[in-house]
Design a protein around this ligand. Structure first.
Ligand SMILES: Cc1ncc(COP(=O)(O)O)c(C=O)c1O
Length: 391
């Protein structure tokens, strides 16, 4: 594309790349999903029953995990995993660059949170930085496969082995992602998922935790349902974090389509990679070696030194071209008021890459309904805005 003048930009009255904005995500139910939910509604079986059980079996199998437990949402999935694996006071290393729930549920479990940094190109927890934060009190590493990109599992599992730590993976955004040919459910003590409406497999609210350890599964099962081992016999204190069969049926119906949809997301990512690699000053995500991401989000980085505009102005210009953008996330978790005490406890340390990412990232549309033409249009718009603002 020829060099553009800023006057050509839609933000300045020029013709936008898309007349009608390209959708940022694909959400909603198909007729088949609705029929599956209706069947349950008509049956009157509204609690967790055969549909949840089938979803547990099929989702675990699709993720290379032995056991799955459905639950109310991804936050509850984290609580089940942390509740089963941690004791109050345990020191846990967790990235500052993730969604709040990964960390807030550690706080809720009474753990001592230690923030680690992330690798700038992949956005995933940095094993070297994790290692530098391990102390004799460290009991676990809680890491996210952020944006659906598996983190450096081999390096993290090696650290865990060396220091006798548990690893809990937050895969809320990483349904069906793989690492070195295996589903991500094959790794760690527990892997948690969210089926929130906008997730790759969205049931509205909903979640799952998988494990390969029957003892951990039993403990998470007790926590999920009031510690009940027999009708009205409660072995321990627990919660009600159960899913229901309407959600389970929607999940089962959506799971049928998920492999094909994930494949399509991967095709779009490949197209984006090739195009964005040609645009100076904009960097594309670089997945961890050996990983096949689920591409829940496609997150680029803006080089502030390359352009005469700010990242936010760049995003605003893209939006006007018909390319919606989003910030996942606008802040490092060290900047969340809720975690001020953690930063103070850790001597004021804030992982620098997380701070930098908060200033430089922006997410562009990725989903299974994006056509090649739309994906090229998204890249044309980035190129147009980049050419107009390049120094
Ligand atoms: C990385 C991550 N962890 C945890 C969650 C929490 O899941 P839920 O919203 O289903 O409670 C989310 C959902 O937004 C997430 O993206």
């Amino acid at each position: 594309m020829a060099t553009m003048a800023t006057t050509d930009l839609a933000i300045n009255g020029g013709t936008p790349v898309f007349e009608k904005p390209v959708p940022f995500m694909a959400v909603g139910l198909t007729k088949k999903d609705i029929a599956a939910a209706t069947e349950v509604l008509e049956s009157g079986m509204l609690r967790a029953a055969s549909k949840c059980a089938a979803l547990e079996e099929r989702f675990a199998e699709a993720s290379d995990a032995k056991i799955g437990l459905t639950c109310a949402n991804g936050t509850c999935a984290l609580q089940l995993a942390y509740g089963a694996l941690l004791e109050p006071g345990d020191e846990v290393i967790v990235p500052a660059w993730t969604y709040i729930a990964t960390v807030s549920m550690l706080v809720a479990a009474g753990a001592k949170v230690v923030f680690c940094d992330s690798v700038e190109a992949s956005y995933q927890a940095d094993p070297k930085d994790i290692e530098s934060r391990i102390t004799p009190k460290t009991k676990a590493i809680a890491v996210t496969h952020l944006y659906g990109i598996p983190c450096d599992i081999d390096a993290i599992e090696a650290l865990a082995k060396k220091h006798n730590l548990k690893v809990i993976y937050d895969a809320a955004q990483a349904h069906l992602a793989t690492y070195k040919g295996k589903g991500i459910g094959a790794f760690g003590v527990a892997v948690t998922y969210s089926f929130y409406a906008t997730k790759n497999m969205g049931t509205g609210e909903g979640g799952m935790v998988t494990t390969n350890d029957p003892a951990v599964a039993r403990q998470m099962g007790l926590l999920r349902s009031h510690g009940e081992t027999d009708k009205y016999l409660h072995e321990q204190v627990g919660f009600n974090y159960r899913m229901n069969d309407i959600t389970g049926a929607i999940g089962l119906s959506k799971l049928d389509e998920l492999p094909g949809q994930t494949e399509r997301r991967r095709e779009v990512a490949k197209l984006y990679h090739a195009r964005i690699d040609q645009i100076d000053g904009v960097h594309r995500p670089v997945p961890t070696q050996g990983s096949e991401p689920a591409w829940h989000l496609y997150t680029c980085r803006f080089d502030p030194d390359a352009f005469s505009c700010t990242r936010d102005e760049f995003m605003a210009a893209l939006n006007k071209e018909g390319v919606p953008t989003a910030l996942h996330y606008p802040k490092s978790l060290t900047r969340q008021p809720a975690f001020k005490h953690i930063v103070e406890q850790n001597g004021g340390h804030e992982p620098p890459v997380a701070l930098k990412l908060a200033q430089t990232i922006f997410c562009i549309p990725i989903h299974q309904n994006l056509t090649d033409d739309q994906a090229h249009g998204v890249c044309d718009a980035i190129e147009k805005v980049a050419n107009a603002f390049r120094k």
